[in-house]
Design a protein around this ligand. Structure first.
Ligand code: GLA
Length: 390
């Protein structure tokens, strides 16, 4: 990768100077979906696939961006002296530009410009957080180039802030946190109500994490993500009239069942039920993993999918087909959609010696039903952002 990206860098921006190389991972969430903006728990991990960036500082106030994943867009230029605003002309650069803007909002204005080439190994729009990966990577680059004193948790917060305020997606903190704080062979059990977290070793003897990509493209901004978020806010407002809670994550199943009739709209009630039950499922799943009970962990993954399909309604025929076909295969401990939904990816735990048959069978059934192919990746859990020195 180093040679490939440096070659592209020098072709776009010329040779010489100190060209530095950085990496930030993508992420997959094992369980705890649509809980992060409801004060609940999530359990994601960083992947060894992600985004690379080659960077060289400039002495003027210009920033030039190029992405090897969007070659047709060519070089896109920003001037640090003009006000940074999201704009359709910036295209994918709205993500890194949002980070430069968010740093400035924190009083960390870039003293100089730079040239940067990105190259992602995460399929774009697949729900493995290619955008959060670019955000955290850009934050890490700014910190490294200009010596800004920010922690990796700050990078996660800055990433979420820029995605919310610059890119207009009201996402929670899960993606940016998983990426900024990733740890090899560990998943992150994060309580989004106070950002307390714990690294949990993922020891899966003879079992691998397999991602299925529906190849149905989706952008969070144009999905129903923000709508789900406001449905949950609506439910919380109603419940708070009678319960002493700050977030839906404060309720357990019994507590919710006792008061849920106060939510008259059955759709809003279902959304809130998912948020409450999924949070509890996540806590139980982590307990199961800690007890080395992968079977129970897998069953909770399956239950998570059912809830996302029936109560939260964020799956769709593509994700449901991949998951329901996965459930039929031997050697599958659990399978569910991962990320925002409406397309994107599934995550499955599959016995290593059954993976080839799994991919064949699920892939064939998907192609037959949906009319185009899915992709599959057997992934490893990796570390957070880093500078690559060799
Ligand atoms: C997207 C958002 C996250 C989270 C998930 C759903 O990935 O960016 O904050 O809400 O959807 O769990």
């Amino acid at each position: 990768m180093r040679d490939k990206i440096i070659k592209e860098f020098t072709e776009q921006f010329g040779e010489g100077g100190d060209i530095r190389l950085f990496f930030a991972p993508g992420r997959v969430n094992l369980i705890g979906e649509h809980t992060d903006y409801n004060g609940g728990h999530v359990f994601p991990c960083a992947l060894t696939i992600g985004t690379f960036a080659a960077v060289r500082r400039r002495s003027d106030r210009t920033v030039r961006f190029y992405s090897m994943n969007f070659e047709n867009e060519g070089v896109i230029t920003l001037d640090l002296d003009t006000e940074l605003k999201p704009s359709p002309e910036l295209r994918w650069v709205n993500y890194p530009a949002g980070i430069i803007w968010a740093f400035k909002e924190r009083g960390l204005a870039c003293p100089n410009g730079f040239d940067i080439v990105y190259c992602g190994t995460i399929p774009n729009g697949s729900g493995l957080s290619s955008s959060a990966s670019i955000e955290v990577l850009t934050g890490f680059v700014l910190k490294s180039l200009f010596g800004f004193e920010v922690t990796n948790i700050d990078l996660a917060k800055i990433g979420q802030f820029s995605e919310n305020k610059f890119n207009g997606v009201n996402c929670g903190i899960m993606d940016q946190f998983a990426i900024a704080m990733g740890k090899k062979d560990h998943a992150i059990f994060l309580d989004t109500s106070d950002l307390k977290f714990e690294y949990v070793p993922v020891r899966l003897d003879g079992i691998r994490v397999v991602i299925g990509n529906t190849n149905k493209k989706r952008g969070l901004g144009d999905s129903k993500y923000n709508e789900r978020r406001s449905e949950c806010e609506n439910a919380l407002e109603i419940l708070r009239k009678t319960c002493d809670i700050k977030t839906l994550g404060d309720l357990n199943e019994e507590g919710f069942d006792a008061v849920c009739q106060n939510i008259e709209d059955p759709v809003v009630r279902k959304r809130a039920k998912h948020a409450v039950y999924e949070n509890r499922r996540t806590i139980r799943a982590v307990e199961a993993l800690n007890n080395n009970n992968i079977k129970l962990f897998g069953e909770l993954m399956n239950a998570s999918h059912v809830s996302l399909r029936d109560d939260y309604e964020v799956t769709g025929i593509e994700l449901d087909t991949l998951v329901e076909e996965a459930w039929k295969q031997p050697g599958v401990l659990g399978s569910r959609m991962t990320g925002a939904g409406f397309g994107g990816c599934t995550v499955s735990l599959v016995e290593s010696d059954k993976i080839d048959a799994f991919i064949d069978n699920v892939g064939r059934a998907y192609l037959e039903k949906i009319g185009y192919a899915a992709d599959f990746y057997v992934v490893d859990i990796g570390d957070g952002p880093a500078e690559i020195n060799n």
